[in-house]
Design a protein around this ligand. Sequence first.
Ligand SMILES: Cc1cc2nc3c(=O)[nH]c(=O)nc-3n(C[C@H](O)[C@H](O)[C@H](O)COP(=O)(O)O)c2cc1C
Length: 214
Amino acid sequence: MNPVEGHFGDQFIEAFDELLRWRRDVRHFKTDPIDDDVVEGILRSAELSPSVGNSQPWRWVDVRSPEPRAVVKETFMRCNADALNGYRGERAQKYLSLKLAGLDQAPVHIAVFCEDGTAQGHGLGRQTMPETLAYSVVTAIGSLWLAARARGVGVGWISIVEPDDVCAALDVPDGWRFVAYLCLGYPVQVESTPELERAGWQARTDPRARYFVR
Ligand SMILES: Cc1cc2nc3c(=O)[nH]c(=O)nc-3n(C[C@H](O)[C@H](O)[C@H](O)COP(=O)(O)O)c2cc1C
């Protein structure tokens, strides 16, 4: 492997593809703690992600106190009940059976925000497409997901929450946009197939259906 020559070698590529294959959205966690230096290492890796204008607009909030955790649980329960109302019949039964958050067991909770007003990057790129700031945060979350999995840590992304409730519970500065609430912990089971596929909700589909040539 010689990154300086621009190639990491076949073995690395194979291992990297395995990591991509085995990265999962995890909702079933062991309650064992994660060492602080492991969490720190995961965040340091995520910090290497690309961002528009090198703005690094991601802000990580390590949610440790029970009070904001309780608010997140409440907003999740409420939003999940609302979401269930949008389904009927068998789909509703199926939705009800899904576990869509591991909030109670995950030892580490990280709320991720985008600082929309950041001066870093001097506006490059985002003047024409302001949404690229939030896209940058999502690239960092993708890296975090992989960095965690490489260390044996599972990540679950929770989006079934009211952003205003999360912002208020965590008392974040005005201008921070909520992007994701992440649960981190060691998975109860390691899987190569998405949980929603195993539960019969949605399988992966043919990649060729998403590939176009013009
Ligand atoms: C933007 C985004 C939001 C998501 N929100 C939730 C969520 O609220 N609850 C949940 O259980 N999974 C959530 N997921 C995880 C997806 O359900 C999961 O990625 C998908 O089913 C594929 O499974 P895999 O990640 O294991 O490959 C989210 C994923 C993304 C990218």
